[in-house]
Design a protein around this ligand. Sequence first.
Ligand SMILES: [Zn+2]
Length: 157
Amino acid sequence: MTCAWEDCKKREYRASKYCFAHKEKARDRWKELMAKKERGRKDRDIRFSKIQADAVEAGMNAAKKCIPEPMYVEGVKEIYKVDKGVCGFAWVVHKPGNDSFSYWARKNGWERHYYGGVQWWCFDFGQSMEIKVAYCQAFSKSLNEAGIKAHYGSRID
Ligand SMILES: [Zn+2]
């Protein structure tokens, strides 16, 4: 077989697919390509970190503004007012789970979502579902605006 380098007619060097001279050049080209890829990954990680930080900020701002509808719980003798409203959970989902954002997310606080994709669970704001929903709604909207697909879900406890 001849060397795989363009227009080179020399014979392959041992197990290499290049001739002796081009073997070294090919290795340098490969190293350069890997370094470029690594720089690309770093740039992307920085971009995802920024997108995530913006989403958290948007969520926190929405949570601050949210005033939950009080919930009234009937006790044995009286009715209790629960200022934080209905108890529950809320989360944000991004799909698909095999894109570059998902790979980054899994290393940055997101979990695997049971129904595919990755999930950002809202751990803050006690049990107030309404505040959690406000947070997750703003969080996912912020991701969407940055070009990252996301939606939120919630469940009453
Ligand atoms: Zn060659």
